[in-house]
Ligand binder design. Structure first.
Ligand code: UGB
Length: 734
């Protein structure tokens, strides 16, 4: 029996050493042989595919290595839908590949083969191989090479992944923020969220943003200053608070304190330690110990050429080049760490996926969850209106030609068609070749593409997800996108690797799954991520494109808050135009509150029971720093800046003003000023281009329990644990 790569990589060095001619590494438990060329070619024969590969695998379209430099040059596979896909279910794997593991360096460098020479380096290389093997859930390193061989073969012949498929507008719902339909879906979603788990992908370093920290630590806005991670954790805790409150009233019969909504965060070598430190520093932002799980994604080996040779680092020949595998790793980790299974065991029914810098995500995820419940979707992609040609993928249902309007014609789903993201560079030629000679074009009636824009936030029904993980080991929709250096398409301009994307999960869902989408309008209501550095944002703004900048994201956070207040009947002053970092923006009042005070529109309506008695003038600032449901705005006329901080126990109650006698707050307030070029600024401010000059602020702080009314401050109850009554209510003009 010839030694296999897995026997080496599985650490069974002794087994291997019995079968080799001479040693490469001397000493210890055995001697590891690697021929002088440093090639393990032919030592691994994939006569039977690794475990995960015996399950149906669906090849997919190419994606660029760089997420911004998209190219159509290298189709690598095709989605399998309908009949073809089912045929593959019967384990009739027809791919015949005999991948070999070889370590390539261009130009090849001599490696000392003799035992006792450079042994520490050899061990380092073997350890890296072993760790790459352990990290790839789709069959270890042999599985990775097997997949690479298949995808590279497709890439070489330029296989078109979409041949024979017709794109259709996917099934789903469109919800306009603040409308009765939106509110109904949001209420239903908030209810279902009592049995949801949340998954945040945060392994990306955000090179495009030019920020030296992790993106989760960025402030979502500078009025409240809470970072993205705090905003997300507080949103989940708000849903948990609501579920516990329902349980306290007897709904569902659960012990309130047993209700814990889990959060899993995918980190990477770039972000793991700093994410862990951020959580620790802030006591997990109020989450319980064990409520937050970190899952670290590993990188994958780079491929040096079309034969699938592994690439060595030109500056360190004992080190393999590696690159990120993509955010699709999240599924493999949810599987391999046992997280998905543990959540199911604990009663979780839904899993909500989201990205690191979209502070508005819960404005979309919650109603989308409501839509999933109402429509029975197994997977629901959150989407926003997309203009033709915009550089975000379009969600489409791909139907096999000739089977249009098949069994699931009206219901989305994977049976008669695959509802999935199609990258914008693929969508246009696909439409031209099939249903629309004008390609990727806007619908003249709406001004938008009929194909909703994918924003990569997903709501998945857990049982279907578990099945998908089981059948795929969580390795879904891999693709390869080499840039070829020769006509034979074997040499690469630079090493590449297999990649995978979170949104390609529909490839792995069980047959018959219902897949749809929920489009939230307008775009700013649910999607305003921070992905672009200040200089690039100006260029995007000049081109009339969405900037995805910190400047726009902060304004959009206020815009949604203003729209929410207006939707429940509060009077909010007009936007004020201003340009920062070359991004012209309309600025609503600076409105920022803790999600634990009010997450949904129904929450907000409960906290502001007499909205007609509340007004916030243009240019004002209203901030709820820390809050809980006990803070009620009874009546308020604000023209200036008001900051309320209520870090007291849940039983406390603070009422600001009343419908009959609204509180009046009138002060100099805050002004946004452009940063001056000659003064240093933090990175967080620099990427926005402005800072607040705080002329005057009324700050109300309530640190102890009890019931208070401001401005009269008549205590209606006992001050719980208040050693000093002054601590109970502090009104300060700063
Ligand atoms: N991420 C990881 O956790 N690990 C990785 O290896 C890579 C990323 P980007 P991208 O909403 O505008 C996505 O880089 O990939 C995390 C969708 O694919 O910000 O360009 C990272 O930390 C695309 O279809 O985005 O594009 C971050 O949280 C479209 O929806 C997240 O993955 C686009 O987002 C996304 O990473 C968009």
């Amino acid at each position: 029996m010839s030694p296999t790569v897995s026997s080496v990589l599985g650490g069974n060095v002794a087994l291997l050493s019995e079968q080799v001619r001479d040693g490469w590494v001397d000493g210890e438990a055995g001697r590891v042989h690697i021929p002088p060329s440093l090639s393990l070619a032919n030592s691994f024969h994939a006569t039977t595919p690794p475990h995960s590969l015996s399950t149906p695998r669906i090849l997919r379209s190419s994606r660029p290595c760089s997420t911004r430099a998209r190219s159509t040059s290298s189709g690598t596979g095709r989605p399998k839908v309908g009949r073809e896909r089912r045929e593959r279910r019967g384990n009739t794997h027809t791919i015949c590949a005999r991948p070999s593991l070889s370590l390539s360096l261009s130009p090849p460098a001599p490696f000392p083969p003799e035992p006792g020479t450079a042994d520490p380096d050899k061990r380092r290389l073997l350890a890296q191989l072993a760790s790459l093997d352990a990290a790839y859930s789709g069959g270890g390193l042999p599985g990775y090479l097997f997949n690479a061989a298949r995808l590279l073969a497709d890439s070489r012949v330029g296989a078109n992944p979409f041949t024979g498929l017709v794109p259709r507008v996917p099934d789903g719902e469109a919800l306009e923020f603040g409308t009765p339909a939106y509110r109904t879906a949001e209420d239903a979603g908030a209810l279902a969220a009592g049995k949801a788990g949340f998954v945040l992908v945060a392994g990306g370093l955000g090179e495009r943003l030019g920020y030296s920290g992790i993106k989760l630590a960025l402030p979502a806005d500078t009025a409240r200053g809470a970072c993205y991670l705090q905003t997300y954790v507080e949103s989940i805790l708000a849903l948990q608070d609501a579920a516990r409150a329902r349980a306290r009233k007897g709904d569902g019969g659960a012990d309130p304190l047993s209700i814990t909504l889990p959060l899993a965060i995918m980190t990477s070598a770039d972000t793991h330690a700093r994410t862990e430190a951020l959580l620790k520093e802030h006591d997990h932002f109020g989450a319980a110990p064990g409520q937050v799980t970190l899952m670290r994604q590993e990188r994958v080996a780079c491929l040096a050429d079309g034969n699938g040779s592994l690439a060595l680092d030109p500056t360190d020949r004992w080190n393999l080049l590696t690159k990120p595998h993509g955010h699709g790793d999240v599924h493999a980790l949810m599987h391999s760490t046992g997280t998905a299974a543990a959540w199911a065991e604990a009663g979780t029914e839904w899993v909500c996926f989201f990205q690191d810098t979209n502070g508005l995500v819960f404005r979309g995820l919650i109603p989308a969850l409501g839509v999933s419940v109402a429509r029975g979707f197994d997977l629901n992609s959150l989407a926003v209106p997309r203009r033709a040609g915009e550089a975000i993928g379009g969600l489409a249902r791909l139907e096999p030609a000739g089977e249009e309007g098949g069994s699931n014609g009206g219901g989305g789903g994977n049976r008669g068609g695959l509802t999935i993201n199609v990258e914008y560079n693929v969508l246009d030629p696909l439409l031209r070749a099939t249903v629309s000679p004008s390609g990727d074009a806007d619908d003249p009636d709406t001004g938008y593409s009929p194909f909703p824009g994918n924003i990569n936030q997903l709501v998945v029904r857990l049982p279907a997800y578990l099945q998908a993980l089981e059948s795929s080991q969580g390795v879904v929709g891999e693709f390869v996108n080499p840039k070829y250096a020769d006509d034979a398409r074997t040499a690469f301009k630079a090493p590449t690797r297999l990649e995978c994307l979170m949104q390609d999960l529909p490839h792995a869902l069980p047959d018959g799954s219902l897949v749809g989408c929920t489009t939230i309008t307008p775009v700013w209501a649910a999607y305003s991520p921070v992905k672009t550095a200040a200089a690039d944002a100006a260029a995007k703004a000049a081109a009339g494109a969405p900037t995805h900048s910190a400047t726009a994201a902060e304004a959009d956070a206020y815009r949604v808050a203003a729209a929410a207040l207006r939707a429940i009947g509060v009077t909010v002053g007009e936007d004020q135009p201003a340009t920062f970092n070359g991004v012209p923006t309309d600025w609503p009042p600076a409105l920022a509150w803790s999600p634990r005070w009010a997450l949904t529109l129904s929450d907000l309506a409960a906290r502001v029971p007499a909205p007609a008695s509340v007004s916030i003038a243009a240019g004002s600032a209203f901030v709820v720093q820390r809050g809980h449901p006990g803070l009620v705005i009874g009546g308020l006329n604000l023209d200036g800046a008001l900051v309320v901080d209520v870090p007291c126990p849940p039983g406390a109650r603070l009422t600001i003003g009343s419908a009959a006698t609204p509180a009046t707050v009138h002060n100099k307030g805050w002004v946004r000023r452009a940063l001056s070029a000659d003064k240093p600024a933090t990175e967080e401010l620099f990427m926005r281009g402005f800072k607040y000059c705080k002329g005057e602020t009324l700050k109300l702080e309530y640190e102890v329990g009890g019931a208070f009314v401001w401005p009269e401050a008549e205590e209606e109850g006992e001050l719980e644990g208040a050693a000093d009554k002054k601590k109970a209510r502090v009104a300060t003009v700063l």
